[in-house]
Ligand binder design. Structure first.
Ligand code: FES
Ligand code: FES
Length: 176
């Protein structure tokens, strides 16, 4: 199961800066950007939300993953203007140091990183996967993360982290 939203084509039109509002992490955020500016650049440069990383800029590596209406999407190939009425969640909206999301907690416990550059994408995609399917098997986990590249080769630890996240999410759901 691939949870990743199909990338939208980058708008080819050009023009001046426009002001509009994005719905990010549960809040309305005013931005000023070109119509075709990617969501990744708007999040990082306009809103200082730097959890999403710039990797390939082509929708190929997953480093820039955010959730759009709960679905993992590559923010580098999606014009921010085109998703201004949709709910965007970044790594910062998932949890913070005081209140970690279970997936973040699991990745820390599993020490599933070397350089860490891929982790935003791994965590956001895992969060979307477990929201849609709380008990994925190994094949489903690998399929969901197939659009997220890790150049450091920490795939084994990442798989352990996803499984730990499954347990933590189930524990949290049991307490709710
Ligand atoms: S930076 Fe967006 S997919 Fe690589
Ligand atoms: S930990 Fe370095 S790219 Fe994944």
């Amino acid at each position: 199961m691939n949870m990743r939203e199909t990338p939208l084509t980058v708008c080819a039109t050009s023009g001046g800066l426009i002001e509009y509002t994005l719905q990010v992490n549960g809040a309305s955020r005013a931005v000023s950007a070109y119509r075709e500016t990617s969501l990744l650049l708007v999040l990082r440069n306009e809103l200082q939300l730097n959890g999403s990383k710039y990797g390939c800029g082509l929708g190929e590596c997953g480093a820039c993953t955010v959730l759009i209406d709960g679905v993992a999407a590559s923010s580098c190939v999606i014009p921010a203007f085109g998703v201004r009425r949709r709910a965007i969640t970044t790594l910062e909206g998932l949890g913070d140091r005081q209140r970690l999301h279970p997936v973040q907690q699991a990745f820390i416990e599993a020490q599933a990183a070397q350089c860490g550059y891929c982790l935003n994408g791994m965590i956001m995609t895992t969060a979307a996967l477990l929201q849609a399917n709380p008990t994925p098997d190994d094949r489903q986990i690998c399929a969901a993360l197939s659009g997220n590249l890790c150049r450091c080769g920490t795939h084994k630890e990442i798989l352990c982290a996803v499984k730990r996240a499954m347990t933590l999410c189930q524990q949290q759901a049991g307490k709710a």
